[in-house]
Design a protein around this ligand. Sequence first.
Ligand code: NAP
Length: 250
Amino acid sequence: MGKFNDKVVVVTGSGRGIGRAIALAFAREGADVVVNVSRNVEQMNQVVKEIENLGARAIGVVADVSSISGAEKLIKGAIEHFGKVDILVNNAGIARPAMCYKMTEEEWNKVVSVNLTGTFNCIRAVAPHMIERKTGKIINVSSIAGRDGMIGNINYAASKAGVFGITKTAAKELARYGINVNCVAPGFIETQMTEWLKEPKFREKYLPRIPLGRLGKPEEVASLVLFLASDEANYITGQIIAIDGGMTMV
Ligand code: NAP
């Protein structure tokens, strides 16, 4: 018996990295999982196959969460296939780095539309369903960049700080319907997004700033997300929990 038997989980942006680790962790605990990407169908199908190999059920839905129609397609696909959504993990996110005085309008809009608007769109799409069922758990994946700021990433930091506001407001609005909304804020985690940290000059600069002395693993973020989605976290809502090895972003 897994901890999430009979639960249906939607994980946005779960073709690789942190989202993939979250999807696999839920599957190991018996959940039915909806895997999502906006483009990379091959990665999505691979994760679906990995989940099925674990003996759990999964479907893949290609949908860009930065549009309301994309978010609705994703939630509708989940409900049509599995009959309900118990848990939504808003993980899809991108970075387009540039200094504030060089950033293009497109770089700003793209990051805000996926990270911030995408999180809102999915909550908006799933909330009526969760309200009707008077139960649900929503976990947003933000970043400590939203807490500390991050040089060269004003769009990213602003979008992630916005996710804190979404978390706190949605938690207040949805608590009366038995829905918990929380947020995890990772530091540097080993994924494609942090490939640039493999360069020695960046490693030398950033590693001394992480008291635990290493980057985090996607599986470590997944453990925290699963805790927040579990019954053990029923009295936690509106919270932002950092998972960053103690680091402060510069
Ligand atoms: P990643 O390896 O680049 O994976 C991102 C995933 O999101 C991919 O599967 C991607 O697939 C999907 N995606 C991107 N845009 C999407 C959209 N518009 N709609 C649906 N899916 C979309 O990133 P990651 O490092 O795992 O990061 C996951 C989350 O953690 C992000 O929100 C990120 O900001 C946050 N985070 C990461 C770190 C870190 O150090 N890695 C630190 C703090 C926070 P497609 O490209 O095919 O759509």
